[in-house]
Design a protein around this ligand. Structure first.
Ligand code: UDP
Length: 553
């Protein structure tokens, strides 16, 4: 019997039907067969690929599930498109982004080459409108292309901390609904962060504009406190892991931040389901290694069978052959092992697991290099032995594929044990986390169990339940959800995974509604010191639509 609750199965089926089934397909198995057939180069691979996807031990990201074996054939989720200063080039970038988004891929841009608002244009006639105004152009293009694609187009807009328009960029999303197809991130450097950390807030950062360190830092903090925007990226940490520095610096990531890429590179993502690796209270390390081995081959094959939106992307991608193998179901794994998310053991496990995955992935890439040759830019890279892929690991949000797998998303803690899921295909679902359900249904009488559900639904937590017969102290430790967990722990877990991950990690650092601005400032500094490549903080209820939902409730 499946471990997921009935409602979870129902949600997976509805998601599958509404987004992934092609004409003539009726279930998950049909999707897996189409995908495995499109990616496998021979019968042996077909059987291996079918096995890992069908069993949900590994699931490739949405564009692959949607497009493999179809006329579109575009398999990648992540792209970075350069934006040069000049009308013609800018519209070329908009066009490339539109072609990518039509197929379900997400695009990231660094707008720092665009001259600041008000400066004189190249022709000397009129003034430049600056990066923020330009982002609206990209945003509108996404808005229109949305209607042609199966999934919402997503953009990441980035601006370097030394750009003259940095303050207006940080404020660009302050009004709810503006630039709704963008996540925005400030690209921070070590030198800026060191000065902020030393409290040298009165020092001038930008001599042209006279803007001080403190002004910029507090604008970022203010924006995050208000509605979670902007996110931040740490340039030096990203480029510390640039395996091909001869090809240039990395200045942008895909929309959710897990893939820092060079201009025109694309990357195929896929995630291993950690939850199903727990057998009799232990992690099955052999199954993990097997899944990694097959997944690396799968993702590497994708690079050759992929249909690229424009020739520049094919060229850049095939030079480095980056793949993004990640994980999902980490919190479910911890629950099955009886370990609280905020425990020393969880941190140690995160580190150990990701270390194993990274090593196994490198080993497989080494074998692939021996069979098929290393990535073409290998000689220009910092790798000391030949591998087939310049980078191998990245942790994606797994927003949809974790629903298909019926496990917790990425490395996130479960957001809530009981919640209502907005309508999908005309149905509304009341969801109880399957492991929570199994645990408390066994222990409690039916009326007590129902009272517990009502309490958790209304309060969003079980930490405030005083009756120890309903919830013991130990259970309170185990069943802590995203908001019961301190921001520091969120960052520590992200850092533990990051230490063994080539690319980046998509994760939200949740803070309670009453978190202060000083907490946000501290979190930014702490995350930088822990070596993260980027950070997204979200203070509960700080976005309008969330507030409305709460009121309605
Ligand atoms: N993405 C996108 N539009 C979306 C969701 C995701 O373009 O609506 C892209 C984006 O680059 C993101 C990546 O897909 O970083 C992976 O997202 P996720 O893991 O949530 O995708 P899934 O495979 O679960 O659908």
């Amino acid at each position: 019997m499946s471990e997921t609750g009935e409602e979870f199965d129902l949600l997976a089926i509805e998601t599958l039907k509404s987004r992934y089934l092609q004409e003539g397909e009726k279930d998950w198995e049909d999707v897996c067969k189409r995908v495995a057939k499109a990616i496998a180069l021979n019968r042996g691979e077909y059987t291996e690929f079918l096995d890992i996807i069908l069993s949900k031990a590994f699931i490739p990201s949405s564009p692959t599930l949607m497009n493999a074996g179809t006329p579109s054939g575009q398999l990648s989720a992540c792209f970075v498109i350069p934006v040069e200063d000049g009308i013609e080039k800018i519209f070329d970038s908009v066009k490339t982004a539109a072609l990518i988004q039509k197929t379900g891929g997400g695009t990231g841009f660094n707008f720092s080459k665009i001259r600041p608002d008000g400066s004189v244009t190249v022709s000397g006639v009129g003034t430049a409108s600056g990066p923020v105004a330009l982002m609206r152009l990209f945003n509108e293009a996404t808005e229109i292309v949305k209607h042609f694609g199966k999934r919402r187009g997503a953009n990441m807009g980035i601006l370097d901390i030394s750009h003259n328009d940095i303050i207006s960029f940080i404020r660009a999303k302050r009004t709810e609904g503006v630039l709704s197809n963008f996540n925005i991130s400030v690209m921070l450097t070590d030198s800026f962060m060191s000065l902020a950390d030393e409290g040298r807030m009165d020092e001038v950062w930008n001599t042209e504009t006279g803007t001080k360190i403190g002004e910029i830092f507090s604008e970022i903090v203010e924006g995050i406190w208000r509605n979670g925007e902007p996110g931040v990226l740490f340039y030096d940490h990203i480029n510390r892991d640039n395996f091909t520095p001869a090809l240039g610096d990395i200045s942008a990531t895909n929309p959710c931040g897990e893939e820092p890429l060079l201009p025109f590179e694309s990357c195929n993502l896929g995630s291993i389901n950690l939850s199903i690796l727990v057998e009799e209270g232990k992690v099955n390390r052999d199954s993990l290694r097997e899944a990694v081995r097959k997944a690396v081959r799968f993702l590497d094959n994708e690079i050759d069978v992929n249909v690229y939106p424009v020739p520049e992307i094919e060229k850049a991608t095939k030079k480095t052959r980056k793949i993004g193998l990640g994980v999902m179901g980490f919190h479910d794994m911890l629950l099955k092992l009886g370990l609280p998310y905020d425990s020393e053991e969880a941190l140690r496990l995160a580190e150990k697991l990701m270390g194993q995955i990274n090593r196994a992935a490198i080993r497989e890439s080494e074998k692939l290099a021996a069979e098929k040759g290393p990535f073409p830019e290998y000689e220009n890279s910092i790798w000391e032995f030949p591998v087939r892929n310049a980078t191998l690991t990245a942790i994606a949000p797994t927003g949809t594929i974790s629903i298909l797998a019926g496990c917790s998303a990425g490395i996130e803690p479960v957001f809530s044990w009981v919640y209502r899921r907005a309508r999908i295909a005309g149905k509304e679902f009341m969801l109880v986390h399957p492991l929570f359900e199994t645990h408390f249904k066994q222990k409690l009488s039916k009326p007590d169990y129902n009272r517990l559900l009502e309490h958790v639904y209304a309060h969003g937590t079980l930490q405030d339940i005083t009756d120890s017969k309903i919830v013991s102290e130990e259970e309170k430790g185990l069943f802590r959800s995203a908001l019961d967990i301190n921001w520091k722990t969120h960052i520590d877990i992200q850092a533990a995974f990051q230490r063994h991950c080539h690319a980046g990690i998509s994760k939200t650092i949740n803070m309670p509604v009453d978190a202060g601005k000083e907490d946000i400032g501290k979190a930014l500094i702490y995350a930088w010191k822990q070596g993260l490549k980027g950070l997204t903080i979200y203070r509960t209820g700080s976005r309008q639509h969330v507030v409305l939902n709460l009121k309605k409730r």
